[in-house]
Design a protein around this ligand. Structure first.
Ligand SMILES: NC(=O)CC[C@H](N)C(=O)O
Length: 223
């Protein structure tokens, strides 16, 4: 099983993402923004950071990177794709997920360990969690406020595509305290908090993030 992690100029969390992929038991495959193919991977993660300096809007330039043409085609073909934080922003900009991530309501960069509820454990990236599981993983961003037209949010809620929801105070003013969503197939998932920074309880805050990387392996084997 080969799982890729894409590095754009300005990506920060590719190293931890590759480490999390390896910890799940998969072969971790580094992918570069200029790559013209996905090197035979079975799943792709778009890690967090500040791709292309977040110029224009976070994710707005990365969406046009050469490798994204391949990622978009593969995702539309059913390959599991996870976007974490800036990766979630890229997936929204690419039109693979609906909505947008706006400046946090408090206008501050938020950095904290965040409790989340796993609202849907039937996606390619959440099958290892119990229904309604409560997990704690780091959150760190300035543009984390999920926004979409009311009709889109209603559709996401109605179709069980709100995958993660913030517990406690909504840290950034996201509609419906939405922390992560999926596409209609459940194979493309984006979330603002960072599972790749929570794969080892020894370094904290938990190993709750590892389940996402393990889930993807199950979904590839099952397909
Ligand atoms: N940690 C990150 O990926 C940061 C994401 C994004 N550039 C923001 O600050 O909103």
């Amino acid at each position: 099983m080969r799982v890729g992690a894409v590095t754009f100029p300005g990506t920060l969390d590719d190293t931890d993402t590759l480490r999390a992929i390896a910890a799940s038991g998969a072969e971790a495959v580094p992918l570069w923004h200029g790559d013209a193919d996905l090197r035979g991977v079975d799943a792709v993660v778009l890690p967090g950071g500040f791709s292309y300096g977040d110029y224009l809007r976070a994710g707005a330039i990365a969406r046009f990177a050469p490798v994204m043409g391949e990622v978009i085609d593969a995702a539309r073909g059913g390959m599991p794709v996870l976007g974490i934080c800036n990766g979630f922003q890229v997936l929204c900009e690419a039109g693979l997920l609906p909505g947008a991530l706006l400046r946090n309501a408090g206008l501050h960069f938020v950095c904290k360990d965040q409790w989340l509820k796993v609202e849907n454990n039937t996606t390619a990236w959440t099958s290892r969690y119990e229904p309604g599981a409560e997990i704690i993983i780091p959150l760190k961003n300035q543009d984390g406020r999920f926004a979409a037209p009311r009709s889109t949010v209603d559709e996401l809620e109605g179709e069980g595509r709100v995958v993660f929801r913030y517990l406690g105070d909504d840290p950034n003013g996201s509609l419906g305290a939405i922390a992560g969503i999926s596409d209609k197939t459940g194979r493309i998932v984006g979330l603002m908090p960072h599972p790749e920074h929570a794969i080892d309880a020894l370094t904290g805050p938990s190993d709750d993030g590892l389940g996402m990387f393990l889930s993807a392996l199950d979904s590839v084997v099952a397909s």
